[in-house]
Structure formats: C-alpha cells, structure tokens
Design a protein around this ligand. Structure first.
Ligand code: ATP
Ligand code: MG
Length: 203
C-alpha cells in the first residue's frame, strides 16, 4: 500500500518489579527491538502508589474487563469463582497492583512503530502466565497463575505492562513521561522497514 504510514504509533511498556528482579530488562528490550520497533523513551523509577492507581484507572471499564477475564479463566478450568462480583474482585486487584508496582524499581519505555500497540501485545502474550503462549515473553519467562496469586492475595507476576489499545497508550504515556523525554529521531533501519523504494542498496 502506497504512503501507508502509521509508523508514529506509540505504546507504553513497563518492566514490572518482578521483571527487573529477574534480570529480564535486556531480554524484554531485545524482543521489541528485534521486531523493528523503535525505542523513543526509557527510564528506571520506583512508581508511587498514586501513579500506579492513575495508570490503572484510565479505562473506566478496566474493573469489569479484568474481573470478567479472571472469572472466565476460573470457569474454563472448572474452578469455583474467586468472588461474587467481578467488578468488586477487580477493585481488590487494583489495590494489590499499587503495592506490587511500588515494591521496587521498574523500567518504563515508549516504543514507536507501525501498529506498535498490537505488535507489543502480541510479543508480550496474554495476562495469565499459565495460559500465555510459548514464544511470547510472558509464556517463556513466567509460571504464575490467577489461582496462585489470588490465594496469596497479590498481583499476578507477569513481568510486563503494555498498553491495551491506542487510546489507552496515549493516556498512559503522559503518566510516566514528560513530552521532552520522548525523543524524535530517525533510525537507519526504518528505510528497509517502511520505504516504498529500496533504491540505493545496489552499488
Ligand atoms: P497490564 O495492564 O499489566 O499490561 P493486562 O493488560 O494483560 O496487563 P489487565 O487485565 O489490565 O491485564 O490486568 C492488569 C494486571 O493486573 C495484570 O498484568 C496482572 O499483573 C494483574 N492481575 C490481573 N488479573 C489478576 C488476578 N485475577 N489476580 C491477581 N492479579 C491480577
Ligand atoms: Mg491492561
């Protein structure tokens, strides 16, 4: 397709405290970098509880979606439901996430490129490590489950946060980065990834 260009799309990735502690920062960066996305912002920080709460409160439907996802996972395994109401249950998860995220340093990043949000979600894998596909970061490097984390009353340890959609990404990024921390620059590899003509390769 000529002039097809959404290579400016950006998404937020956070290597959560478990990912940092397990020495997986480099592995995470390597995987997104290798697929052709461009790293345009990066920092290490200890999130405040307020920052995490703002981050996980962007989507007004987050509690219903996350609670339902959890309940469906229990149902598919034939397990008794972990609570009465998915929304109430997800509010508990939100509180656990604020403790989890502020328990140590995290690495926040902005990745940019064509379809960046969907590409990062695909490479990251689904939320519950028990069912994340092999080949994805969560599938390859985590073993946690909703059941284990819910019994222990803690957030699921799945190494990474990544934005769920383009709108979410545009609201999440300002929670973690000032505009001036996001760098506009060209990568030489973008020519081979996006340019219509490949003139200039042959001598
Ligand atoms: P993230 O937003 O962190 O990228 P996600 O979009 O795959 O993850 P969400 O539904 O947004 O999944 O859940 C946010 C986070 O809450 C999960 O990554 C996980 O750490 C935690 N979490 C979700 N469901 C549960 C659960 N049932 N028990 C404990 N923690 C959970
Ligand atoms: Mg999410």
């Amino acid at each position: 397709m000529k002039n097809f260009d959404n290579k400016q799309e950006q998404t937020l990735v956070i290597v959560k405290p478990d990912g940092v502690q397990r020495g997986l920062i480099g592995e995470v960066i390597k995987r997104y970098e290798a697929c052709g996305l461009k790293l345009v912002a990066l920092k290490m920080l200890i999130p405040t509880k307020d920052q995490t709460l703002r981050h996980y409160s962007i989507d007004p439907d987050w509690a219903i979606k996350t609670g339902t996802k959890t309940f469906e996972s229990y149902q598919s395994k034939g397990l008794p439901m972990p609570g009465k109401n998915p929304i109430e249950f997800a509010e508990g998860i939100r509180r656990k996430l604020t403790d989890f995220m502020s328990s140590g340093p995290v690495v926040a990043m902005v990745w940019q490129g064509m379809g960046a949000v969907a590409v990062v979600r695909k490479i990251t894998g689904s939320t519950e490590p028990l069912s994340s596909a092999p080949g994805t970061i969560r599938g390859d490097y985590t073993i946690d489950s909703y059941t284990a984390s819910d019994i222990d009353s803690r957030a699921v340890r799945n190494i990474i946060h990544s934005s769920g959609n383009v709108d979410e990404a545009s609201k999440e990024i300002p929670i973690w980065f000032d505009k001036k921390e996001i760098i506009q620059f060209r990568l030489i590899s973008e020519e081979i990834i996006y340019d219509v003509n490949l003139d200039g390769i042959l001598e």
